[in-house]
Design a protein around this ligand. Sequence first.
Ligand SMILES: [Mg+2]
Length: 181
Amino acid sequence: MEKSRGSLLRHLVPDETVRRVEDLDPERLAAEGIAGLILDLDDTLVCAADPLATDGVCEWIESTRAHLKVVILSNNHRRHRVAPVARQLSLPFILRAFKPLRSGFRRALELLELPAEQVAVVGDQVFTDVLGGRRLGARTILVTPLSAHERRWARRLMRRLERTVLSGVQRTRAGGVGPLR
Ligand SMILES: [Mg+2]
């Protein structure tokens, strides 16, 4: 029982946590062998309530693309939501990704022309971004969601589950599930 709980948690534990994408140093990631990023869009790059990315995110993307290849991978099915942000940031994008399923991640790897072990998946959700990235064999980086308040009840429930999982992870770290950086 303890073993299966540990193996499930292993797939839900990010390799790294940061408050926002701008806190990630692309030079450091490149020095650690990362050559590409698969970025989530909603509440990772852009607040769910905003149509476009902030100036800070635009500047971070500019400095990041000097070191890493970047693609947007979003579960959002609305092209009119995803495409303007991708255009603003001059990034390729995949929408309707059905994360955590592997198919969207594999298409992202093809766009990046990189193997999973040279890629970091960055997102705000444990059950889509982290789980999908771990199953892919990529590095996973969890960011704090940009939206402080979630209006949709299903998403609020998911956030509660994520907090439960992450607090369980903190307790299990001593049992070999970690590390979180
Ligand atoms: Mg998201």
